[in-house]
Design a protein around this ligand. Structure first.
Ligand code: S3P
Length: 168
């Protein structure tokens, strides 16, 4: 484990980006969002990448992006919710960073995401059901971490404080 990088993993809508930005500021670290890194290097949105190339292609560039990012130091890294699907990525995260899993209930995730148009995997007719199905499949992968925080009853600042205490 390497505490010069802190990675946030967890399902879409668990607050990785919001919490990551504040955590980075408080620690004096850079904030790096893997999805943003991909959008910049590909010059198109995550939605467009999924539509034009499909999920496997996205997973390949996501894996490459993660490896590049982990070469850096003193970063809070916000990962896409599906990045941990690949064993290779889970290993790279656990070796190259302190991995924090953010957890939230399917209900809360649904309410946080229901008006958002930028999640290609939730575009079907029953997003809440999709959230439950995906969460069920991914649960085991979010459990490969150095610490996990149940965020449902906490404010963003409280989550950040809990993480900082654990790191110090
Ligand atoms: C995905 C999560 C998204 C993004 C893509 C796929 C997933 O990131 O990488 O839409 O498979 O859960 P966020 O978790 O930041 O929303």
């Amino acid at each position: 484990m390497n505490k010069h990088n802190i990675s946030l993993i967890g399902f879409m809508g668990t607050g990785k980006t919001t919490i990551g930005k504040i955590l980075a500021e408080k620690m004096g670290y850079d904030f790096v969002d893997v999805d943003e890194f991909i959008v910049k290097s590909e010059g198109r949105s995550i939605n467009d990448i999924f539509i034009e190339e499909g999920e496997e292609y996205f997973r390949d560039i996501e894996t490459n992006a993660l490896h590049k990012i982990l070469e850096g130091k003193n970063q809070v890294i916000s990962t896409g919710g599906g990045l941990v699907l690949r064993e290779e990525n889970r290993r790279a995260l656990l070796e190259g960073s302190f991995v924090v899993a953010l957890k939230a209930s399917p209900r809360n995730i649904y309410f946080r995401l229901k008006d958002c148009d930028e999640r290609p995997l939730l575009k079907g007719a029953h997003p809440e059901k999709t959230i439950r199905t995906l969460l069920h499949k991914r649960y085991q992968f979010y459990n490969k971490n150095h610490m996990s925080v149940a965020t449902d009853k906490l404010s963003v600042d409280e989550v950040v404080e809990i993480i900082i205490k654990e790191i110090n």
